[in-house]
Write a protein that binds this ligand. Sequence first.
Ligand code: SAH
Length: 223
Amino acid sequence: MDFERQRRALAEALASEGLLKSEAVRRAFLKVPRELFVWPGMENEAYADMPLPLGDTGQTISAPHMVVIMLDALMSKPGDKVLEVGSGSGYNAALLAELVAPDGKGEGRVITLERIPDLARFAADNIAKAGYSSVVKVVQCDGTMGYPKGEVDVYDRIIVTAAAPRVPLALKKQLKVNGTMLVPLGSMGYQDLMRIRRITSSRFTEENLGGCVFVPLVGEDGY
Ligand code: SAH
């Protein structure tokens, strides 16, 4: 299996479908080996454009097209402090690391929160294997409460990779002014991908970027 060739072919396919738009996301996608993040034994499916199960946890690593759509829409940049809710495999967190600290350089950092202890360990192991431990910190907790709990104005970008019934209040408070948050909002079976911007400390704008399907965000301010 020539993973690098498969990775390039998938990047080209996503670009020709108009889904992989920004040069920064393209660079990150070509750099991060997705085969290190799929469940052991599923490496040959790593570059199929579909979500893959994470063992018997009931959770999934999102399909590559959904990952690049979200990263394009998030518009993170080098130096950003980013919060991800829903580490899963750690793959999206590794891509975020390449966006905020290209080649491991600079001040950009990623905090990723995972509710399920086995998956938090899986994500942290994968991130270590791929060489992103100095940029990405995995924390096992209920991400609907934010991190560190109670702190405000912490992040330039927040990305929720699970379906929420409403925007968790703690996450709105942790977004800095001028910051952007992406969150799939809706029922357990279908959501709209919402882009929320904090314009002033009390004013937020919302844009609907289209339909999507994620596993539920389970927690105190979730399902
Ligand atoms: N971003 C992941 C895929 C996420 S799947 C990747 O790149 O592989 C959604 C994940 O969100 C699941 O692992 C699920 O356990 C987690 N999750 C659900 N509710 C959560 C919560 N309240 N806090 C943290 N993680 C949560």
